[in-house]
Write a protein that binds this ligand. Sequence first.
Ligand SMILES: C[S@@+](CC[C@H](N)C(=O)[O-])C[C@H]1O[C@@H](n2cnc3c(N)ncnc32)[C@H](O)[C@@H]1O
Length: 303
Amino acid sequence: MVRIFQEKDFILKSNLEKNFKNYLIEKYSQEIAIKIERIYTLHNSIDISIMNQEEVEYWKEKLGAKLLPTGSLRIKKNKKLSDLSGFKEGKWWVQDISSSIPIKLIDNIRKMEVLDLFSAPGGKAMQLIALGANVTCIDSSSIRIKKLKENLNRMSMNADIFQTDFYDFKCKKKFDLVLIDVPCSSTGTIRKNKEIQYLDPFKRLKNLLKIQEDSLNVAKNFVKDKGYILYCNCSLFSSEGEDKIRNFIKENSNWKFEKFVKENKDIEKEWIDKFGFLRLRPDHLYNEGGMDGFFAALLKKIN
Ligand SMILES: C[S@@+](CC[C@H](N)C(=O)[O-])C[C@H]1O[C@@H](n2cnc3c(N)ncnc32)[C@H](O)[C@@H]1O
């Protein structure tokens, strides 16, 4: 059996920044904050998504990986990725389990026309293409667009790619689904970015909240009738997640919030909250080494 971590892997003494920890206690609970405080020092693994899910057992054996509940594989971070079997051949890509879950909650992606508004480096775009969607990718960063193109080339995947600010994107076409994987405080990624809690995440929120609100208002113009917006980010803050969605629904009567259902076979019940939001935390899958915090909500255009 593959062991993902041992006691000695906790290399740092856990010590979350005071205001950040207080927020976690208030929003989640003392017990959850303590678990997050402990698990955040640990990040000795990388998750990958397999191009052809039928080959997952093969790649699990080949890479000595651990199979996670939703079909991602977790590998020890002790080798250069490009030296690992299947990387250059485009058999898998790097993607934390949590960021792969929102798309796994959407039905019938095959043949969907999808607009991916914040696309690079392309984890979710690759997931959508692997499931048979036609994807239009947008990102404002030239460096990150280059990375997106490298990833798609390596995976032998095609997409329409535009380097542009989402505010400036013009297109007559309407889409079945607009994915908004929006810039955020990234507080869910503290296992990878341990410094994030010290960079005044609360002060940085003002600009981010504006982009998040605007992205929903831009996205709605590109959705077909009865189409969807999938809104997500790697923040642990409600202001960037639940609050944004509730405000949007309040201000847009032709949109409704579609709950994610707990009955989905691979999803642990506590990952979906009582309102139907996906609310993943760093302490989820604690015994496997945790996961990134992630939020997702699905919105449907009703006329
Ligand atoms: C969370 S990342 C997207 C991750 C991506 N969806 C994935 O799964 O790999 C956010 C992206 O938004 C892009 N971005 C930030 N501000 C933007 C803007 N105003 N217009 C378009 N893209 C922007 C960044 O360059 C970054 O690549």
